[in-house]
Write a protein that binds this ligand. Structure first.
Ligand SMILES: [Zn+2]
Length: 255
């Protein structure tokens, strides 16, 4: 029976030696036989162990992306959770291995998890959230200043404006509440006296938005030093916003 929009995802535990060891009898060989003639998505969770091995993900992609059955490859990041302690969780985070072979994991879910969850809840299109405290953008957030002046065409086109959410105590649900009004219309928000959060349809998309925010913050500081800058306005702005709509459609064609 064929179902429209049905997307079969096959979970793989990394490269063949690790996968075959852990997933026997569902080995690489068995999976490839089972999916022959189908179209599937491959999913792999990136653990600390995988992330710390140079070239590992490239090799994984080289192997799977040439297989005719593979529509796409999904990676998700493993987030260490409360209770993920002891040797059994040895690959749950980087730099957790000692010379004696015993591993001690001290990481746990960030206390900013509510903020991440609030974004996923309000924005079903979002697949990844990046939160950081980069120097220049955080300086704006600590000065009570949004990055919302239309100075750079490219920033307007890719991000629109970057508002400033009011201050809220880190690690409390007040952060999610402060963010809420800005979530539907923005993909990047400054958090007063705290940092920046960006989100997008992929981890790379969210990360690039974070880079753009920080880069734009640096430009804004330089522009202030040069006397304030000339804003994009009027018809130019209308044309740019039209281009932004087209850009958004192109950037996320699945939406
Ligand atoms: Zn933070």
């Amino acid at each position: 029976m064929r179902f429209e929009h049905l997307n079969v995802v096959v979970s793989i535990d990394g490269l063949q030696p690790e996968h075959d060891e852990r997933r026997k009898p569902a080995t690489y060989e068995r999976i490839q036989k089972s999916i022959a003639g189908s179209r599937v998505t491959i999913h792999c969770t990136i653990t600390g162990n995988i992330a710390s091995r140079p070239g590992y993900l490239e090799e994984f992609l080289r192997y799977w992306t040439v297989q005719p059955e593979i529509r796409r490859v999904w990676f998700s990041l493993f987030t260490p959770q409360r209770g993920a302690e002891g040797p059994g969780a040895a690959d749950s985070g980087p730099a957790t291995r000692g010379n004696g072979g015993a591993a001690a994991v001290t990481r746990h879910v960030t206390n900013e998890i509510d903020m991440h969850l609030a974004i996923y809840k309000v924005r079903p299109d979002v697949q990844a959230v990046v939160h950081a405290h980069p120097v220049f953008a955080t300086a704006f957030a600590c000065s009570g200043l949004a990055l919302d002046r239309p100075l750079c065409a490219e920033v307007v086109m890719t991000l629109g404006s970057i508002p400033l959410a009011p201050y809220a105590t880190t690690g409390t649900c007040a952060v999610a509440k402060a963010l809420a009004p800005f979530l539907p219309g923005h993909d990047a928000v400054l958090l007063a006296n705290h940092g920046v959060v960006t989100y997008g349809h992929s981890l790379n998309d969210a990360l690039m938005k974070m880079e753009t925010v920080e880069h734009f913050a640096q430009i804004c500081i330089a522009v202030r030093q040069l006397g304030g800058g000339a804003l994009i306005a009027g018809e130019d702005m209308t044309a740019l916003l039209r281009a932004r709509t087209a850009y958004q459609r192109k950037a996320a064609p699945h939406l």
